[in-house]
Design a protein around this ligand. Structure first.
Ligand code: GRF
Length: 193
């Protein structure tokens, strides 16, 4: 058991399968992090249920009840500070964060993106990889900076694009490697902090 497990908060918007991969990894006795809080910006996100089932504090901060991004991000920041988190993981969190918020968590906020960055920042990554005729595709975990899907890459996982792949089949296989990559990258970030 490491001397101190780094407290981590995970921000989600939806199903939370990457959150689940982190929850499962944190159950290992040698894991250098623990998940202390899950926040969703969408009420009813299935990931909130996963947190509750694992006995992790879970709350909704609904962006729709905040007048602007600054107010929403301030509420997020307050909740993160109250939780004592050292690291924030974005896991399918579908909100753009303000530069002010990002700078407060610089070097301590991670994101998982379904492409081999710097390729295909933004949305529809699987369709874009197919349209470009790429032979390989994958996912990246990176530190978050003010630019969308930018920032230093911590780890990447690559898979072959197969004949007959559709955006859905490719997404499914990338998701499998995401679930292995995110825990590895978070372990590294926790140990490096
Ligand atoms: C993942 O593909 C992740 O890379 C992207 O959003 C998706 C989230 O899936 N940022 P889940 O909510 O973790 O299941």
């Amino acid at each position: 058991m490491p001397a101190r497990r780094r407290p981590v908060a995970v921000l989600i918007s939806g199903r939370g399968s990457n959150l689940q991969a982190l929850i499962d990894d944190a159950a290992a006795p040698d894991c250098p992090y623990e998940i202390v809080l899950v926040i969703s910006n969408r009420p009813g996100a299935y990931g909130l249920e996963r947190a509750k089932q694992a006995g992790i504090a879970a709350l909704t901060i609904d962006h729709k009840t905040h007048p602007d991004r600054e107010t929403f991000d301030a509420a997020l920041h307050d909740a993160l500070i109250a939780s004592g988190s050292d690291i924030v993981c974005l896991a399918g969190f579908m909100r753009i964060l303000t530069p002010g918020f990002v700078s407060k968590w610089e070097g301590r906020m991670l994101n998982i993106h379904p492409s081999l960055l710097p390729k295909y920042k933004g949305v529809d990554t699987h369709a874009r990889a197919l349209a470009a005729g790429d032979e390989t595709h994958g996912c990246s975990v990176h530190y978050v900076t003010a630019e969308l899907d930018d920032g230093p890459v911590i780890a990447q996982a690559e898979i072959p694009v197969l004949d007959g792949d559709t955006p859905d089949t490719l997404a499914e296989r990338v998701l499998e490697v995401e679930h292995r990559l995110y825990p590895q990258a978070l372990r590294k970030a926790a140990l490096d902090l």
